[in-house]
Design a protein around this ligand. Structure first.
Ligand code: NAD
Length: 411
């Protein structure tokens, strides 16, 4: 048998391949333990929390390798490099500036993992490289830059993938399958999604404590959930009402004389053009993480839960339940990813996002977030923030026209 020609799709048994007691298996005898050859070189721009997650996950997946890194902070690069050395023996290049990070001919793709307020400017340099780009969510801090990014992506010779990876969380993969492919629930009528979690974590220069640098809580954090709701509704929003504010977190936080203005809770109601109604609840002053989705159609109801109790130092548990009463079989499933993948970042979602990115590099069709979907997640988030500020419901037609986005209606 020629082990080197092993099928890329063969099962990986990393628990065994990395186990101490299996290291005596010579390379020539490795079949299940054989690591795929990394066929793509990546550069990570911004080596903070998520930049390092991408470095770790790319290495775990093994189909691409991290070739180099760039960050404006020496400390972020030092820490990223030291952490990288714990799980990889590959050399890591450090670029001296953004231009050189974007234009290394040995590199196949760029990952932009810097704070939200830097995305648009960094993209202007990155896009000149002609290389495929992974751009973290939210794609920008305001709708004008987001729409300009979407237009740039449409005209780009390569592709831009947006970091809206919650669609790859185990329970949402299954929810999409049941609700959209199997249509187990019939016609979807209502969608209810919630996140309860602890406050925003500390960040380099605390950019996420301020609306101007983050785009606001609903843009920065909840674009993930609006992306999921948009995908399930399969329609454009027409009216949005939201109520929320800053009740508990960072009320006494100041940096350089500026007070934090970041919201920590919200209730958002969305009406879609096809009649689907949705709501989203955010609360960021809880002790542990939980997400719940309830989708109800004219034939059944689906509930998903993800519970992550980090105080107990347990991995997350994801489940899906479907109730169809007398119409057929109902079921309840644990859908948690294998621990190795679940613990690699965002409960395994980042791992599957990387599979999609590498597939896209290899010209395969994928379900990863497009700039247009990224823009729509920001439209919902920004309209909800506008509703919170005015106290009234936002008509999406008027909101789009006022923001110069009328061309996107019915697209
Ligand atoms: N997809 C997700 O689930 C997810 C999760 C976390 C963060 N994010 C997004 O990733 C981005 C980064 O978040 P984070 O949590 O890693 O923040 P972070 O503060 O931990 O790291 C950001 C890094 O970018 C560096 N940086 C700042 N300006 C730069 C510039 N102009 N050029 C190069 N480096 C620069 C900082 O020095 C820092 O090391 C944000 O857009 C955030 O919304 C996405």
């Amino acid at each position: 048998m020629n082990n080197s020609k092993a099928n890329k799709n063969k099962p990986r048994l990393r628990f065994f391949e990395d186990a101490e007691g299996q290291q005596h298996i010579a390379e020539a005898d490795q079949y299940l333990y054989q690591r795929p050859a990394a066929s793509h070189n990546l550069v990570v721009i911004g080596t903070g929390t998520i930049g390092q997650e991408h470095m770790r996950v790319a290495t775990l997946l093994g189909r691409a390798q991290i070739h180099g890194i760039y960050d404006t902070q020496q400390q972020s690069m030092d820490i990223a490099e030291a952490n990288f050395a714990r799980y990889s023996d590959k050399p890591l290049l450090r670029y001296r500036d953004l231009e050189s990070a974007c234009n290394d001919s040995a590199v196949d793709a760029l990952f932009i993992c810097t704070p939200n307020y830097t995305h648009f400017e960094i993209l202007q340099t990155a896009i000149k490289s002609g290389k495929p780009i992974f751009l973290e969510k939210p794609m920008a801090t305001d709708l004008q830059d987001a729409a300009a990014t979407e237009a740039m992506a449409r005209a780009y010779s390569s592709f831009i993938q947006i970091g809206l990876q919650y669609r790859y969380k185990a329970q949402y993969v299954e929810a999409f399958h049941e609700a959209l492919s199997r249509t187990s629930l019939g016609k979807i009528k209502t969608i209810s999604l919630s996140e309860y979690r602890p406050p925003f974590l500390d960040k380099v220069e605390q950019w996420n404590k301020f609306n101007a640098k983050s785009g606001g809580t609903l843009v920065e954090k909840c674009c993930h959930y609006f992306d999921l709701i948009n995908l399930l509704a399969q329609s454009q929003p027409v009216k949005i009402y939201a109520s929320g504010g800053q009740a508990v977190n960072f009320v006494d936080f100041e940096r350089d004389g500026e007070k934090s203005d970041i919201d920590d809770h919200a209730f958002v109601v969305i009406d879609y053009a096809n009649g689907t109604r949705a709501n989203f609840t955010l609360n960021m002053f809880c002790h542990d993480f939980s997400e719940e989705l309830v989708v109800t159609g004219d034939r059944g109801r689906l509930t998903t839960k993800e519970v992550f109790n980090f105080h107990q130092q347990q991995g997350s548990v994801a489940s899906v339940a479907i109730e169809v009463g007398e119409l057929g079989p109902s079921k309840t499933m644990d859908v948690t990813y294998p621990a190795l993948i679940e613990q690699s970042g965002h409960h395994g979602a980042t791992y599957f996002e990387h599979i999609a990115f590498v597939d896209q590099l290899e010209a395969k069709s994928v379900s990863a977030a497009t700039p247009l979907q990224g823009l729509w997640s920001m439209i919902v988030a920004s309209a909800a923030q506008a509703s919170m500020a005015s106290g009234g419901a936002v008509d999406i037609n008027q909101f789009m026209a006022a923001n110069g986005l009328a061309d996107y209606l019915n697209n």
